[in-house]
Design a protein around this ligand. Structure first.
Ligand code: HEM
Length: 409
């Protein structure tokens, strides 16, 4: 069954014009230079859309290389559908799908509404004090030493603690959860990915089963198992798909983003200084850091024979939606490599259209509070001379190791 995960031919399909067929693997291409954003920026000089021999997870498919076309795919939800992604169902061989992520409109909104109250700006603002407290406690453990490994010591912990508390999963399990998550996202071998996602599924199923008869608690698992859609409770598959999407969305995305943002700031002392002197610039900096460092390439299935950017596509084709390519499109952004807190305009890192990121306010709040607390405690932070920064592009693009040092009084 695992072999069926790669279910498209790896050669040029007949309807793909020869000049648009790109005989490369997108992930491999992103790793060719010392920075993946520089690597993929080479695609801005080529066609607006190409058909790659392999995109994420080895699937051949269309790759729009321009911001505006990437946005168009997000917005044309009836033409570019999510309901055939089966990103975990195929690996697990189960009937249910990630929910609401892999549900198309109109049913999509009915499910999204279940979660929405917990993710709206007022609810997220109420979490602010807790985020600041956890953030301060984590930084205080190493601020006085003048050094840390940012990912292990901080970025993998803050967003995960907050997400686990919200979902209703134990923080003590974080090490195991991360191992499973990384196995699912990044293992080179499909059987390892299957084993990791199966372990996550089994754990979540056991937790959900145990919670059904237990006293009510103030967390998302409680909300989901007692939720109703269309006047009926969610069935077990709907519950599993919803808890699973929060696990996957909550554990890796903010960590990955923080890694790139802090690598950037560590190399840009002028920006650090500006933010330290004028804290009102921080929200703008968060937005432009997010803009410059898209981390996901989600995908869609083409619903019917259609055109995008003048290119004919066939029903059933796979198309990736690479937010990291939208990030630096020089036709859309002036000085795309510069992070400018005063920059105006939107970006696609947290998607657009019906599936726009439900965690947007939480993610932005966590990054803003991290900047506020970090800049207070760790002056003039930088990458130590000769230290290696490690990164990966499988699954969510992220930094795996980021050694930092700073001045201590
Ligand atoms: C900087 C961090 C984050 C990034 C870059 C990010 C990115 C994205 C993107 C690109 C999508 C759209 C996927 C698609 O259309 O296929 C999405 C959807 C989603 N995200 Fe996030 N995300 C982040 C943080 C979070 C957090 C913290 C949570 C929750 C704890 C979350 C929960 C979700 C959910 C539930 C969806 C599905 C929404 C729907 O289908 O209606 N995300 N995210």
């Amino acid at each position: 069954m695992a072999d069926s995960v790669i279910d498209h031919p790896a050669t040029r399909p007949e309807h793909v014009p020869e000049h648009l067929f790109w005989d490369h693997d997108l992930d491999q291409f992103a790793m060719e230079l010392d920075d993946p954003y520089k690597s993929v920026a080479r695609l801005y000089d080529g066609p607006e859309i190409i058909y790659a021999r392999a995109t994420s997870r080895e699937m051949p498919g269309w790759v729009p290389t321009r911001h505006d076309l990437i946005e168009e795919v997000f917005l044309r939800a009836e033409d570019f559908i999510s309901s055939q992604n089966y990103s975990v169902s195929k690996l697990l061989d189960v009937e249910w799908v990630l929910n609401p992520l892999e549900i198309d409109p109109p049913a999509h909104m009915m499910y999204r509404k279940v979660l929405q109250p917990w993710f709206q700006p007022s609810a997220i603002a109420r979490l602010g004090d807790r985020v600041r407290q956890v953030c301060g406690e984590l930084i205080d453990k190493f601020a006085g030493t003048g050094r840390c490994e940012f990912i292990g010591d901080f970025a993998s912990k803050l967003p995960s603690y907050i997400a686990l508390d919200l979902i209703g999963l134990p923080r003590e399990m974080l090490g195991q959860f991360m191992e499973w998550e990384h196995g699912f996202m990044r293992a080179p071998d499909v059987m390892e990915r299957v084993a990791a996602i199966r372990a996550i599924k089994d754990y979540l199923q056991e937790t959900i089963d145990a919670r059904r008869g237990a006293p009510r608690q103030d967390d998302l698992i409680d909300l989901i198992i007692h939720a109703e859609v269309d006047g009926r409770p969610l069935d077990n598959g709907e519950v599993m798909g919803m808890v699973m999407v929060l696990y996957i969305g909550g554990l890796d995305t903010v960590t990955s983003s923080l890694g790139w943002h802090f690598r950037h700031l560590a190399r840009d002392p002028g920006l650090q200084q500006a933010l330290r002197e004028d804290g009102s610039l921080i929200p703008g900096a968060v937005d432009d850091l997010l803009r410059a460092y898209g981390v996901t390439d989600t995908g869609r299935t083409v619903a019917r024979d259609l055109e995008l950017g003048g290119v004919k596509m066939k029903a059933g084709d796979w198309i990736v939606v690479p937010t990291y390519l939208a990030s630096r499109d020089p036709r859309h952004y002036d000085r795309p490599d510069v992070v400018d807190p005063q920059r105006k305009g939107r970006h696609l890192t947290l998607a657009s259209g019906v599936h726009n990121c439900l965690g947007i306010h939480l993610a932005k709040q966590e990054i803003r509070i991290t900047l506020e607390e970090w800049l207070k405690r760790c002056p003039n932070f930088r990458i130590p001379e000769g230290a290696a920064v490690k990164w990966h592009v499988q699954g969510v693009w992220g930094v795996s190791e980021l050694p930092l040092e700073w001045d201590i009084a």
